[in-house]
Structure formats: structure tokens, C-alpha cells
Design a protein around this ligand. Sequence first.
Ligand code: SAM
Length: 234
Amino acid sequence: LYVDSPLGEGQAVGLDHERAHFLRHVLRLDKGDVVAVFNGQDGEWLAAIDGFGKGWCSLTVTAQRRLQAAGPDLWLLFAPIKRGRIDFVAEKASELGVSRLWPVFTRRTDPNRVNTDRLRANAIEAAEQSERLTVPEMADPLPLDKALAGWPAERTLYLCAEAGNVRPIAEAVRARPRGPAAFLIGPEGGFAQSELDEICKLPFVVPVGLGPRILRADTAVVAALACWQALAGD
Ligand code: SAM
């Protein structure tokens, strides 16, 4: 269970309405039962339920179960797509270890608004179920050109494109430069050609292909991240 408070032996932790409801009515836990909690920084701890009240639950942290471990340093930049599909993207990217989720608006992005609170909630739930010890950071949505203007030069950006001068993903990842990485997936309508040309000129960009078929944006996210996990080993 993800909690937004410091963890250490004897620490008291309060849970909000939603989490209290989950423990009491979904998992059917009671006073004295023990749950595993993490906060993204202090590893995983066991915590005993002290009691439930109206819309709250209090826990006392007892013992550490796992030390904090760093996950992959891998960002995902993606153009917002329809509700349902974008929730799927947040969930699967979290399961596949992404450290930062970053919605970016491209020229053909539709819709051009995104509910980052809902995406963060999906990512946290997926982190819990996949037993990660971190949750992905949810970056503020930005137009793609602004996101790329402040890009850290040492982070390789794998631009996923279904056509053009691309390297197969496996070849590009095997030959990858040292340092952190990111993937960029376009919107359902694809990137505009002029946009692709501009992105490809950037020195940290490596255009990659995910195979011979055109994938939906949400499928492309899963395919790219699964390849990364298999090849990079994290
Ligand atoms: N341009 C296409 C069109 O309108 O027919 C569709 C774009 S596709 C649905 C959405 C995004 O998924 C693309 O911008 C790209 O980032 C990624 N994508 C889909 N298939 C891909 C492939 N075979 N290789 C690499 N990226 C792919």
C-alpha cells in the first residue's frame, strides 16, 4: 500500500477515506491485522492496523520488510489519448517500471487536456500491485517543443515512429549510449512530418521502430517498454 508519510519503526500513519475503505471493505481487514506499506523512499515496512474510524484508518509501523531499491531511470513521454486508453498507458507504464510519466502535446494531439490526478492514481495502484517500491513521478503536461527545449543532454530519447529512417528498437537499445533514457510515443493521428523532421535533428534523439505493423498508441507504449525491459534488464 502506498502511503504519503515517512516510514520507520513506531511511526504512526493515517490513511484517507479511500484507503481506509479499501482495507476495511475490500480486503476485509480489521484492527490488529498487518499490511505492507511503502512511500517511495524508505523501503517497504509492515504496519499494524490500530483502528478504523469514520473515513479514516490509523496504522503503526512495526518492522522493515525490504530496503529501498532504485528502479530504472526511464521516462515516458506520450501524447494524451482518449480516457480509458490513457488510463491503460499510466497503469502499464507503471507496471513496466517507468520513473516519470510525462504527457506532451504534439501538433495532432487530441484531446488537449489531461487529468493528471487520475493518471497518478492509476500509476500508484499499478505500482502497488506490481510491488514496486517507487511510484512514477507525474510531470506537468507541456507542449512537446517546450519539453524538448529543456531536455537534459545525457538522456537518450527514443522516438518511436512507424515509418521513416528508424532503427529496429532491439538494435538501438543494444547499442545504447550510457546514461538515462526516455521513450516518446505519438498521438493516434501520428506525428506531423515537419514535427518528426525537427525532433530527429536533436542530438539526443534516436528514432526507433517497433516492427512492421502500425500499433495503436497505447499498444506502442507497452511494446516499447517491454522491449526495453527485456533488453536493458531493468
Ligand atoms: N501515423 C499513423 C496513422 O495515422 O496511421 C498512426 C500513429 S500510431 C497509431 C501512434 C503512435 O504509436 C505513433 O506516433 C508512434 O509513436 C507509435 N507507433 C505505432 N506503431 C509503431 C511502430 N510500428 N513503430 C514505432 N512506433 C510506432
